[in-house]
Structures are given as structure tokens and as C-alpha cells.
Design a protein around this ligand. Structure first.
Ligand code: BGC
Length: 316
């Protein structure tokens, strides 16, 4: 048997990414396939297992070398029992992810929240390396969060710490329903889904915008239109960034992190978006809580999830 290797599974709303890491947490190879979430949990977990097998078929590594498998799941977790209690965006309730994947793959599986594992990935070898107090946001289908305080990931009493997409930041009169069952969550405005929703609303309300000529609107379309000066798109981006800035201001007096790392598809809008987020954060956060604090893009980008998930066995 050769060196030990570790498998990471990053289960997203549209794509499942799987990867192999060595014992130092170096990513060796990845494979991606569709989640096909519309077919339900059993199908998605079968896909995850199939993609792990396919990844292996493409490498010279032997299945016996696998020391463990880690999976990052977008939802509220019961980590000790390996269950997902609720996934707002996959629509799952009480799914035995650990048991199902162990049965399908015959290896020990550890699970955690997708944004928590992304935060661990960034902390180990990304934008958070060397930073002991760190908060990561992932802006994708949902908004995920991961809190690292004094070098440790904070899970809280029942694993709900870091569910920052469900910070209730939007005032009652503007709040819309979230997949979690409540109203006014950060996720409803600062996720890709939230941005698309606001754009569709604006088009339906007859706003003058280049977005109205598109057949289907993506969050990237909105960012691109805003960069080109489209006033409707600019308003939407500012709204998404304002509430993220508000969430960061709240977290600054809760955990007082040294750094906020922002990843996920929406963050690819780059410097343009980061300047607006930074502007609102500085405006809203109490002075002493923002001193020496910076807001930076995730550097592992799409790989943070798989690296962090594989690392659940290495460093967990
Ligand atoms: C879920 C989180 C998840 C985030 C990003 C949210 O809706 O509640 O658990 O981390 O989406 O996927």
C-alpha cells in the first residue's frame, strides 16, 4: 500500500466536486459532475459516490490508500450522528449522509457544513492562513458562513454556529421568505439566488435595464450590467452588499475577526464588489471593531470545499 490519501466531497446545489488530497492537504486531482438535486437525496448521494469512483478511475491511486472521506453539505448538520437536519437549498430533511455514503463507499466518512469546510480549507492553505480569528462567507446558491475563533472552528451548542446566511438582517417591511422557513435572512438578498430574484422583480416591475433583454438572468449578468453603469443592476448589487456589510458589522462585535474572507460564485465579481462591501462595512461597523480588519476574496476559490472536506480526517 502506498501513501495515505484523503477524499473530499463538496456537495453543491448544482455541482458536486470531489477531490483527492495527500496527507499534507495538497490537492492531487478533482472531478466534477451534476448534483441533479431535483431527483432527491438518495440520487444525489449515489451521484457523489459515483463521482468519487470516477475520480479514482482517472488516477494511479489505489482505493486501499484511502484513509477517509469527508463531505461538506449545504445545510444544518447533526455532526455527531452524520445527519443533515435541514438543507434549505436542497430541500432535504433528516438525511443520513454519513451512513449512506459509508454504505456506498465502504470507507469512514466525516461530514460538516459546506461553508465550515470551505472556511477550514481557507484557514489551512488559503486566504486565512496564519489568521486565528477569521470569518468566511460563501455567496452562492445560498449564503454560507464559517467562523474560526482562536484557531478553532466554532460549531456552537447544536452545530448552528456559522449559519450566517440566516442572520436576520433585512427589515420586516422588505423581508421575503427564506428556504429555512423564516423571513429576512441575509441569504435572501446576498446569494446568487437573491440577486437573481431582485433582478427578475425589477424587470417584472418594468425597470429600465439591460437585464430585461435577457432570456434568463444570472448573478454574473447583474454584476456585469452594474459594472457597465446599469442603474437598476447597480441598485441590486448595492442592496446585496449593504446587507452583507451589515452582517459583517454584527459579526465584528460578536467575534471580532481579524479578516473576512468572501468566496462563492458571486465573489467572482472581484474588486468592484469588494469595494462596495467594504464601504458598507466601514459605514456600519463600530470603529473599534473594524480597526485592523480586512475583507479579502477566498483564494482557494472552488477548491476550498474539497480541500476542507478531505481535511476533516487530516485535521479534524
Ligand atoms: C445553508 C447553509 C449553507 C449555505 C451555503 C444555506 O442555505 O443553510 O448551511 O452553508 O446555504 O450552501
Amino acid at each position: 500500500m502506498g501513501e495515505k490519501i484523503y477524499v473530499g466531497v463538496d456537495l453543491g446545489g448544482t455541482t458536486i466536486k470531489v477531490g483527492l488530497c495527500d496527507a499534507k492537504g495538497q490537492l492531487l486531482k478533482t472531478y466534477e459532475g451534476d448534483t441533479e438535486a431535483q431527483h432527491g437525496a438518495e440520487h444525489v448521494l449515489s451521484n457523489s459516490a459515483a463521482y468519487v469512483r470516477k475520480l479514482f478511475d482517472q488516477t494511479e491511486y489505489d482505493w486501499d490508500q484511502v484513509e477517509g472521506i469527508g463531505a461538506g453539505i449545504p445545510g444544518f448538520m447533526d455532526i455527531p450522528n452524520g445527519f443533515v437536519k435541514l438543507s434549505p437549498n436542497l430541500g432535504w430533511r433528516n438525511v443520513d449522509v454519513k451512513g449512506t455514503l459509508e454504505a456506498k463507499l465502504g470507507k469512514s466518512v466525516r461530514i460538516d457544513n459546506d461553508a465550515n469546510v470551505a472556511a477550514l480549507g481557507e484557514a489551512w492553505g488559503g486566504a486565512g492562513a496564519g489568521i486565528d480569528n477569521l470569518i468566511c462567507f460563501t455567496l452562492g446558491t445560498g449564503v454560507g458562513g464559517g467562523i474560526i475563533a482562536k484557531g478553532s472552528l466554532i460549531q456552537g451548542f447544536a452545530g448552528m454556529a456559522g449559519e450566517l446566511g440566516h442572520l436576520n438582517v433585512v427589515p420586516e417591511d422588505e423581508a421575503i421568505s427564506c428556504g429555512c422557513g423564516k423571513k429576512g435572512c441575509l441569504e435572501t438578498v446576498s446569494s446568487a439566488t437573491g440577486i437573481i430574484y431582485m433582478a427578475k422583480q425589477a424587470v417584472a416591475d418594468g425597470a429600465e435595464t439591460s437585464l430585461s433583454s435577457l432570456e434568463s438572468i444570472t448573478a454574473k449578468d447583474v454584476m456585469d450590467a452594474a459594472k457597465l453603469g446599469d442603474q437598476t443592476a447597480i441598485k441590486i448589487v448595492h442592496r446585496a452588499a449593504f446587507y452583507l456589510g451589515r452582517a459583517m458589522a454584527l459579526m465584528s462585535v460578536t467575534i471580532n475577526p481579524q479578516r473576512f474572507v468572501v468566496g462563492g460564485g458571486v465573489s467572482k465579481a472581484g474588486e468592484y464588489l469588494f469595494q462596495i462591501i467594504d464601504h458598507y462595512y466601514r459605514e456600519l461597523a463600530v470603529e473599534n471593531s473594524q480597526e485592523g480588519v480586512d475583507i479579502v476574496p477566498a483564494v482557494l476559490s472552488n477548491d476550498a470545499g474539497v480541500v476542507g472536506a478531505a481535511g476533516l480526517h487530516l485535521f479534524g
